[in-house]
Design a protein around this ligand. Structure first.
Ligand SMILES: [Mg+2]
Length: 298
């Protein structure tokens, strides 16, 4: 059956909504949140973070932070040695290391087959697995998402390299390999939001997702920190994209460290690493370094 879509909302309106949502999750204003967030907020002014200390609770985004982007999400490569280094660092932190990704948990477990024992959050926090193996699943998708996905696939078919990714109740529009698909995807997504109650847009690096309201990466960090072995540790969040701002805001509020990967201008992060290779080196150096004393968070 053909679906008639309402007129899309202006794109800048949903951009503003996404930015406001990133701020709202902090619960209270942080020092960074009090500043006017603007393009003059130069990423390269941020210092390099110290090496992970033994009393940290470390939360790591995956794509664009641990892994280099590929043209398609399923084409990423996991560099040799990375999983061993992450497992060793997790052991050094008494298990207080979690992957916090926009990917589904099931996909993370395929990608990192040596790390399936680690706590992790998928779908930007909609689903998460505790250190004790307890699984908190994502909500069910509404029935209407199937027809929206089918219509999205029809649009994507006109732009070679563009991709629609269904992730449980979430739907992602990827245009990394097809920049011309950006405008039609955004217009379609804005219209689709009108028929998806309790959904919100999640903007990212050449990707836009429609996903249920509720948990985000910051909420996932808070959930982990409520439990052993994360509780009582210095929370540190490493991420590259807008979805990671929720994590940055929470760790800033809790006196932890926020680490931006890359050179995106707008961010509440207070530290910076230049790219995924630098994050992998940072992890490796932490594993190879002698055990460190307590951190001295600012
Ligand atoms: Mg990322």
């Amino acid at each position: 059956m053909h679906t008639t879509w309402p007129q899309p909302r202006p794109i800048d309106a949903i951009d503003r909504a996404a930015k406001a949502a990133a701020h709202a999750s902090s619960g209270q204003q942080t020092d960074a949140g009090d500043r006017d967030a603007s393009e003059s907020d130069v990423a390269s002014d941020r210092p390099v973070p110290p090496l992970p200390a033994h009393d940290w609770a470390l939360f790591l985004d995956v794509d664009g932070s641990l892994l280099d982007f590929a043209a398609q999400p399923d084409a990423v490569e996991v560099p040799a040695g990375m999983q061993e280094h992450l497992a060793a660092l997790a052991a050094r932190l008494d298990g207080a290391l979690a992957l916090v990704s926009g990917r589904a948990l099931a996909t993370l477990d395929v990608l990192f087959e040596q790390l399936q024992h680690l706590p992790a959050a998928g779908l930007h926090g909609l689903e998460w697995r505790s250190a004790h193996g307890g699984l908190h699943p994502a909500p069910e998708a509404p029935e209407s998402l199937d027809s929206i996905e089918a219509e999205a696939q029809r649009i994507a078919a006109a732009y070679p390299g563009a991709a629609i990714e269904r992730k449980g109740p979430s739907l992602a529009f990827h245009w990394r390999a097809a920049p011309q698909a950006q405008d039609p995807f955004r217009a379609f997504a804005a219209a689709a939001l009108r028929v998806l109650p309790d959904y919100r847009p999640q903007f990212g690096d050449r990707v836009l997702e429609l996903r249920p309201e509720g948990m985000d990466k910051g909420a996932a960090v808070r959930a982990f920190l409520a439990q052993a072995p994360f509780a009582g540790r210095v929370p540190v969040f490493v991420g590259d994209d807008l979805t990671d701002e929720h994590g940055f805001a929470v760790v800033n509020t809790l006196g932890g460290l926020s680490v931006l990967v890359g050179d995106r201008a707008y961010s509440e992060a207070r530290y910076r690493l230049p790219g995924p290779a630098a994050v992998r080196d940072w992890v490796r150096e932490a594993v190879e370094a002698p055990p460190s004393p307590r951190t001295h968070a600012s």
